[in-house]
Design a protein around this ligand. Structure first.
Ligand SMILES: Cc1cc2nc3c(=O)[nH]c(=O)nc-3n(C[C@H](O)[C@H](O)[C@H](O)COP(=O)(O)OP(=O)(O)OC[C@H]3O[C@@H](n4cnc5c(N)ncnc54)[C@H](O)[C@@H]3O)c2cc1C
Length: 411
């Protein structure tokens, strides 16, 4: 190989200032790119998912995995402070009150959360046992994923809980605590989709194109409204507050002493006390033991209600929670409240999930409800919504049908 000629080298040198100038120009251009308007979005998608809570996020996840084009909208943004999915932690209870329909969603959901947790930078799922103390008249047929036992037998296993020797208890070893807000954000990340801050109105159909119009001029073949308690605001004639509502619950976090790990998993289980109507989640990530009453204390407007717990003088919620703690977890009787909040859940008049088409709109789905369990079951619920979107002939689960709330009639 011959050496480069002097002329060629000089020519190279001569070219240098020009190359440098070109690079400088390029740099300048790169800077000005920032001022360019955002790239236009895809104008048409297979599905627009409205609501980026746990159900919407998992619905979008499954649709994306199935190869469909998807946009995800939220009026307040993903992981926002008003969403029901915004609590720090949620319980995945294999018992689900002994209800076989929901227990069937557990395994799929647990696997999905586990897989997400494995790839996240911080754990999303923390394994934890779950115990349900039954009330006297509770008829739980065949609890799946749990053993029927007594307080007496659990006395040495969970010494933090004051058991009544004869009380019937369901004991599940494969429960889990799921990170709430973080769980939603990770699901959206894992779906490799962006949540757009868009307020979606009720469906507007372009009959000529056979498509639904989106607020920014885009279109979608299908719409999924996973807006939880906001379904009432969007569809006031069908989903009246008597059929679906935002119910307020006050939650109190009690803090154990320094270095005290007995109220954290794996030592402490999640505890549903049906006889007294209280729920308790063990302390994960140092947020304290969370306690709330099963019965909601008010119906609220999810847009505007005050999310502080009502702990003013005369308010019963904290006093009731303390009284229950003193009776059931005496070692926490004097524990300070380290956090408190009012949160809402989306409750249907049947207590079930709602998953159905909007009347007269074959390609518009509404999903929400299943108060107290929808977060943990969101991966399996999302999978079912995605399956319906892809197969219009798939039968609706009768217990989740809109007709159960409307009494069969449409407005
Ligand atoms: C005290 C308490 C404890 C609970 N504990 C548990 C538990 O241990 N385990 C469990 O599984 N569940 C639990 N839940 C229930 C759980 O929090 C909810 O069921 C679940 O998070 C509901 O999720 P979602 O996606 O349906 O609704 P949300 O999380 O409320 O999401 C709805 C989203 O829709 C958006 N939106 C509304 N309108 C529009 C619009 N027009 N356009 C665009 N976006 C819109 C909202 O901004 C919101 O982000 C608990 C609830 C409470 C209150």
């Amino acid at each position: 190989m011959s050496n480069p000629s002097r002329r060629a080298i000089l020519a190279g040198f001569a070219a240098l200032p020009i190359a440098t100038a070109a690079a400088a120009t390029e740099r300048k251009e790169r800077k000005s790119k920032k001022r360019k308007p955002a790239r236009p979005r895809v104008q048409h998608v297979d599905v627009a998912v409205v609501g980026a809570g746990a159900i919407g996020a998992w619905t979008a996840w499954h649709l994306v995995r199935a190869g469909l084009s998807v946009r995800l909208f939220d009026a307040y943004g993903a992981g926002n402070g008003r969403a029901a999915s915004n609590l720090p932690s949620m319980m995945l209870d294999p018992v689900q009150g002994g209800d076989a329909l929901y227990a069937a969603l557990i395994d799929d959901s647990r696997t999905a959360w586990e897989r997400l947790s494995d790839s996240a930078s911080l754990p999303i799922l923390t394994p934890c046992e779950a115990v349900t103390a039954l009330a006297a008249g509770d008829a739980v047929a065949e609890p799946r994923g749990a053993d029927r036992t007594t307080g007496e037998r659990l006395r040495s296993r969970f010494t933090q809980i004051a058991w009544h020797p004869e009380e019937a208890v369901l004991h599940a070893t494969k429960g889990a605590m799921i990170a709430g807000r973080r769980g939603v954000l990770e699901t959206i990340l894992d779906a490799q989709i962006e949540c757009e801050d868009i307020v979606m109105p009720a469906p507007l159909r372009d009959k000529k194109q056979g498509l639904y119009l989106l607020p920014d001029g885009g279109t979608a073949q299908n719409l999924v409204y996973a807006t939880g308690a906001w379904l009432t605001e969007l569809f006031p004639q069908i989903l009246t507050p008597a059929r679906l509502s935002a119910v307020r619950q006050q939650v109190f976090h009690f803090g154990a002493g320094q270095g005290d790990t007995q109220f954290r998993p794996p030592a402490m289980p999640a505890f549903v006390d049906r006889a007294y109507g209280f729920n308790l989640l063990p302390d994960v990530e140092g947020v304290g033991v969370r306690v709330w009453k099963s019965a909601p204390d008010a119906s609220v407007d999810p847009d505007s209600f005050d999310r502080r717990a009502d702990i003013d003088a005369g308010a019963r919620a904290l006093a009731d929670a303390r009284q229950w703690i003193a009776a059931r977890l005496p070692r926490l009787a004097d524990a300070p409240v380290v956090a408190s909040a009012a949160a809402h859940d989306c409750r249907t008049s049947t207590g079930d999930l709602l998953l159905d088409r909007l009347p007269g709109q074959d390609r518009v789905w509404v999903v929400g409800g299943a108060a107290g369990r929808a977060f943990a079951l969101a991966p399996a619920i999302g999978a079912r919504v995605a399956a319906h979107v892809q197969d219009a002939a798939r039968p609706i689960e009768p217990r989740w049908a809109l007709a159960r709330l409307t009494g069969g009639g449409t407005p």
